[in-house]
Design a protein around this ligand. Structure first.
Ligand SMILES: [Zn+2]
Length: 310
């Protein structure tokens, strides 16, 4: 007789080699570093925080999934490899193989899988990608072709698995795609704290907080604590999507914030613990993050969540 010891899993990770494969054949991508997610996966495995076989591997989403949010005309447009490549300002892409769209379908499949898993088991799930919050129903914006969060919300609704959702978006940039898509939807709360405003809309279930440039750890965290307050939680979402963009990190090559590595972890854990304390299913999406060091931030967050209950 022997007893098998199962270590409790506090969080799950979703990743697929198609996240890399999708764009790997294309020569030059300047701001769109998809390799950071492989780096995170490799480091989590090297540090023995997760076994490869425990990583959830998603199937790409289907074109019907895209139809839940995106218009037929736009879906036709992005099926053209040249059109899709232009949206990402890519050159040297194939005329015949739409790897750009394949990439977005793979990662959106990951957000769908993460959502289904957290709703079933109520374990937080990290997608190593996703959070394409600038995409609109009928057009791309800011390197976002497919709005994976909106697709996941519509899919959950279509399956009758959830009704009310909250999107907490702490990427450096405003979640304008989500704000516009859900502007008349009383069952989605959009919360975005950002350094630049892309669109201004007044709606009941929205908080848009514009941050001062060069924000420090203390300043940022005090604003977050004040704004993500108990009044927000009266909304009582069935599920939360957290877009944990790391472009607010001081080493980010695009953003101008001064948040330290420790400050970024504090920020992420503040949201994580708030949601978990309320026992709400949670999906975390990577959002933006640029330059060679941006992967560290999401890595720290996932590593902590795999080791600790909260
Ligand atoms: Zn961003």
């Amino acid at each position: 007789m022997f007893r098998r010891i199962f270590r409790k899993e506090y969080a799950k990770v979703v990743f697929s080699s198609e996240y890399i494969y999708g764009l790997a054949s294309i020569g030059k991508y300047e701001t769109f570093d998809i390799m950071r997610f492989k780096k995170i996966r490799d480091q989590l495995v090297a540090d023995k925080l997760i076994k490869r076989k425990k990583i959830l591997r998603p199937e790409p989403c289907t074109t019907d999934d895209l139809r839940l949010v995106h218009t037929e005309k736009y879906i036709k447009q992005i099926q053209d490899p040249q059109y899709a490549a232009r949206l990402l300002r890519l050159t040297n892409n194939s005329l015949f193989d739409n790897s750009v769209l394949e990439f977005y379908k793979a990662v959106t499949g990951g957000t769908l899988m993460a959502s289904a898993y957290t709703l079933k088991w109520n374990i937080p799930v990290f997608n190593l990608g996703g959070g394409y919050h600038h995409a609109h129903a009928d057009r791309a914006e800011g390197f976002c072709l497919v709005n994976d969060t909106a697709v996941a919300i519509e899919k959950i609704r279509s399956l009758g698995k959830g009704r009310k959702f909250m999107i907490i978006d702490l990427d450096y940039h405003q979640g304008n795609g989500n704000l516009l898509y859900f502007k008349d939807d009383k069952e989605v709360y959009t919360f975005s704290m950002h350094a630049d405003t892309w669109v201004e809309i007044e709606r009941e279930y929205n908080k848009d907080i514009l941050l001062p440039s060069g924000c420090s750890d203390e300043h940022y965290l005090s604003i977050l604590e004040e704004e993500l307050n108990s009044a927000c939680w009266e909304f009582k979402p069935d599920m939360v999507f957290f877009i944990a963009g790391s472009d607010t990190y001081e080493k980010d090559t695009l953003g101008d914030m001064k948040i330290s590595r420790e400050g970024m972890l504090k920020r992420n854990l503040f949201v994580y613990r708030k949601v978990r304390a309320k026992n709400i299913p949670l999906v975390i999406e990577a959002g933006g993050g640029y330059g060679p060091d941006s992967w560290e931030v999401y890595y720290d967050f996932i590593a902590h969540s795999l080791r600790h209950k909260n």
